[in-house]
Write a protein that binds this ligand. Structure first.
Ligand code: CO
Length: 435
């Protein structure tokens, strides 16, 4: 399989952040990296790779070098995408005839894209065990639900712009009146347990559409959740390709909850990354001084997709600092530092990409558009290291299906691999040596 079909398979098998992290963990495990638990003591060996999850929806993987652990090379991306979460009391009856599911939105999606397409349910259930409970991932895995549009005859002005109400317009149809009380049963059946043994759930909708290759020469990919599973997957490929470094610690961080501000115990605005870095230095018997020196020599690529010039609305992007699909890795700039890139981190990455002949382009929002933030600057408030924000150019961000460049995947994997195999040392403030 080539990169594109591998990515599309990964996305299809990752309907939620839980599944994405589980799939990343399986690959890490298959590569010989060892699973750690935050609740247990860590014994780390030189030349060995490890990974640890938090909430089953964020994962940090790292390789301990044979040589000095004198720096960190980190790639960060996010595991979540905008969707709908199912409320605890999940069923809604309509005129005694329909059963809907009661959902609320997770993150900021394009509502219209979720209508009139088959949807299903996936997520995590907490199941009673003899001594407590355990989490299981489930995926109903069949066409199950629809959020039906109102016919044009009943809403003649809809094409002139429509304001969706999240409480009334976006409830998916689950079945007829016989589906009443059917939701818990379906979830229990899918989990293979008795209904009364389900103690808690985190369940989400997902669009059933499969990713595909489109365009005159197959130059684009169209798939759900490209933001940000495309960068998470690229980070994983590069992390595995770089293998064990001679010196410095390679790290892959995939955080949940970027789409809702990262402010959870497992998000980029938590202590997860800081905790893991501290524990590495404790476990390998290094001093606090060593940890500070390593931080000064460290770089992070915060990878999250970027807005390509829209074919119908090129005016939405800056005249020159605009990006196109398939034209290479996007380096993002923002004067107010919602993107972390600065002259130093840009210079480092420019040099790396030029040396490796990997194409790149520069993005900044129109000066009169605020644009979106991402996790780089949030993570930076906990672990303050040189960071730059990068991504791949895509259309229709936060739609149920998004469009990106088929060739860009190779660009990103190669760029991240070059990063993982690079070395940096700091001299005076503002001086760096590459090697
Ligand atoms: Co994103």
């Amino acid at each position: 399989m080539n990169n594109v079909s591998e990515l599309l398979t990964f996305i299809e098998n990752s309907p939620t952040a839980f599944h994405a992290v589980a799939n990343i963990c399986s690959e890490l495990e298959a590569s010989g990296r060892k699973r750690l638990s935050e609740g247990e003591a860590w014994k780390l060996e030189a030349g060995q790779g490890y990974f640890v999850t938090r909430n089953m929806s964020s994962v940090i993987a790292f390789d301990i070098p044979d040589g000095e652990a004198d720096s960190f090379r980190m790639v960060a991306a996010h595991s979540d995408s905008p969707t709908f979460k199912i409320k605890e009391n999940a069923e809604l009856a309509v005129r005694g005839k329909y059963t809907q599911l009661n959902v609320e939105k997770y993150g900021g999606m394009l509502f219209s894209a979720w209508f009139d397409r088959p949807l299903s349910i996936a997520g995590r259930v907490l199941v009673r065990t003899e001594r407590g409970m355990e989490a299981r991932l489930i995926d109903v895995g069949r066409d199950l639900l629809v959020i039906p549009n109102v016919a044009i005859h009943m809403n003649r002005e809809v094409n002139d712009g429509f304001k969706y109400n999240a409480q009334t317009d976006l409830m998916p149809l689950f079945g007829d009146e016989t589906a009443k009380d059917g939701f818990k049963k379906l979830i229990a059946e899918t989990a293979g347990v008795a209904e009364e043994d389900i103690l808690g759930t985190d369940l989400f909708l997902y669009p059933r559409v499969k990713g595909t290759v489109i365009g005159h020469e197959g130059e684009y990919i169209l798939s759900p959740r490209l933001d940000d599973l495309e960068c998470a997957w690229s980070g994983l490929r590069a992390f595995l390709a770089a293998d064990k470094p001679a010196r410095g610690v390679n790290m892959l961080c995939v955080f949940d909850n970027e789409e809702v501000g990262s402010g959870t115990k497992q998000g980029a605005d938590s202590t997860f990354l800081y905790d893991v870095m501290q524990r590495i230095f404790i476990a390998i018997g290094r001093s606090a001084e060593d940890a500070y020196r390593a931080a000064a020599n460290s770089f992070m690529l915060s990878a999250d997709n970027a807005h390509a010039v829209h074919p119908n609305h090129p005016e939405k992007t800056d005249a020159e600092n605009c990006v196109f699909m398939n034209d290479g890795i996007v380096i993002k700039f923002n004067a107010n530092q919602r993107y972390t890139t600065d002259g130093v981190s840009a210079a480092f990455f420019h040099r790396l990409l030029k040396d490796n002949e990997i194409p790149f382009q520069h993005f900044a929002n129109r000066s009169d558009i605020a644009g979106g933030g991402t996790l780089g600057n949030i993570s930076g408030s906990h672990v303050s290291i040189n960071t730059l924000d990068i991504g791949l150019a895509q259309l229709a961000m936060h739609s149920a299906v998004e469009t990106a460049g088929a060739k860009d995947l190779d660009h990103m994997v190669r760029g991240m691999t070059a990063f993982y195999t690079s070395g940096v040392e700091t001299g005076r403030d503002g001086e760096f040596f590459l090697g």
